[in-house]
Design a protein around this ligand. Structure first.
Ligand SMILES: [Zn+2]
Length: 83
């Protein structure tokens, strides 16, 4: 029985704003970083994932271009995109 765990992480494409779940590429033996628009997708932190899913693809792309910062806020979704 294998003890290798598949850890899914969220990736985004900074060119089109797509979000995709894929196995973490830092785990030994994992598949390579998913690609979109001909480029490797950007790995999102948990906080960035919460913030990014609240944005439209157009807004997400602008936010990623600006650095993808997040800030902790109150309410149901604690992490908000800031730029
Ligand atoms: Zn793309």
């Amino acid at each position: 029985m294998s003890d290798r765990r598949i850890i899914n992480r969220n990736y985004t494409c900074r060119f089109c704003g797509t979000i995709r779940r894929a196995p973490a590429d830092y785990v030994p033996g994992a598949p390579p970083t998913p690609r979109c628009c001909g480029q490797p997708m950007q790995l999102l932190s948990y906080e960035q994932t919460v913030a990014a899913t609240q944005l439209s693809e157009v807004a997400r792309k602008a936010w990623l271009d600006a650095g993808g910062d997040v800030a902790k806020r109150g309410g149901k979704h604690h992490w908000k995109a800031v730029w």
